[in-house]
Design a protein around this ligand. Structure first.
Ligand SMILES: Nc1ncnc2c1ncn2[C@@H]1O[C@H](COP(=O)(O)OP(=O)(O)OP(=O)(O)O)[C@@H](O)[C@H]1O
Ligand SMILES: [Mg+2]
Length: 283
């Protein structure tokens, strides 16, 4: 079945097909020495949808993203990105796959010695032969998207924590990846600032049609993202509004515990779960 889904993804001209699998984990396992981190983990992310990975510290959430980026190889199982099997790829072939993946790292990870503009344009300057004027235009466009157009020449040290996260998001989206991976994008931010970051994640999903995987401890942010939608209004402005049930079901939660997926389902199903561990985690 999963192979079939993966095969379907490579059939030509499917960019707009809504149910196209963009990421497939098929029975992925990984251990460090004798410590098992992931045990037979399988999930599928469909185009334009969101997966929210929850789990205690050390559950393997960041490891899952690192496997997806090809920074770690699983011991067994298979990983597909956009219909291409990636777990066996050589590093140079993985570079091409990564062009479709944008990552917002847990540590934020801006280059302190580079301006906001240089940080955001980094991949475009370094990894593409895009003309400099086009890079500048794209940098301004994405900084505008996250509401930081006037900060292009600042150094990261002169930004607030929330502004730095938004720069990190602008950097991740600069090369127009189809898939964005967020590792704790709002951790450590106050609730209001976190919500401005959540709103950017929602806008990328609903306006730019990016597929996303979100790793977070922040349940409030996870539920907010799953239950809200971005809509463009007549005057061109984008508003964040409560999502209807159908839209809500496009975001799926996945709970990792002891290397296993112990829950997979939408916000409503997670809220109603009777599982003791889940209830404790959510309380
Ligand atoms: N390179 C490594 N070598 C050995 N063990 C590692 C390595 N990287 C991660 N681990 C271990 O793998 C487990 C999962 O790590 P991971 O970073 O995925 O956790 P996490 O779920 O992201 O946790 P947190 O919420 O704290 O970020 C941890 O126990 C960690 O110590
Ligand atoms: Mg982590």
């Amino acid at each position: 079945m999963i192979q079939e889904l993966a095969d379907r993804a490579v059939v030509g001209g499917v960019a707009d097909e809504p149910d196209r699998p963009v990421v497939v984990f098929d029975h992925v396992s990984l251990a460090f020495d004798d410590k098992v981190i992931l045990k037979d983990v399988s999930f599928t992310l469909l185009s334009g949808r969101t997966k929210i990975i929850l789990g205690a510290s050390g559950a393997g959430k960041s490891i899952t993203l690192k496997i997806l980026l090809g920074l770690l190889k699983p011991d067994s199982g298979a990983v597909w990105v956009n219909g291409q099997r990636t777990d066996e790829l050589a590093e140079e072939d993985m570079m091409e796959v990564r062009a479709n993946l944008g990552m917002v790292f847990q540590e934020g990870a801006l280059f302190d010695s580079l301006t906001v503009r240089e940080n955001v344009g980094y991949r475009l300057y370094e990894e593409t032969d895009m003309p400099l004027d086009d890079v500048d235009r794209r940098v301004e466009e994405v900084l505008g998207f996250v509401g930081l157009a006037e900060f292009a020449e600042r150094m990261p040290s002169a930004l607030s924590g929330g502004q730095r996260r938004r720069v990190a998001i602008a950097r991740a989206m600069a090369a127009k990846p189809q898939i964005l991976l967020y590792d704790e994008a709002t951790t450590g931010l106050d609730p209001m600032t976190a919500m401005t970051v959540d709103d950017e994640i929602i806008k990328l999903r609903d306006i730019e049609e990016v597929s996303s995987i979100l790793v977070t401890h922040q349940l409030r942010d996870a539920f907010y993202i799953a239950t809200h939608a971005a809509v463009r209004q007549g005057n061109g402005d984008v508003r964040i509004v409560p999502a209807d049930r159908e839209k809500e079901r496009e975001s799926e939660f996945l709970m990792l515990r002891d290397g296993l997926i112990i829950f997979e389902g939408d916000a409503e199903t997670l809220r109603r779960s009777k599982d003791e561990y889940l209830k404790t985690f959510l309380s």
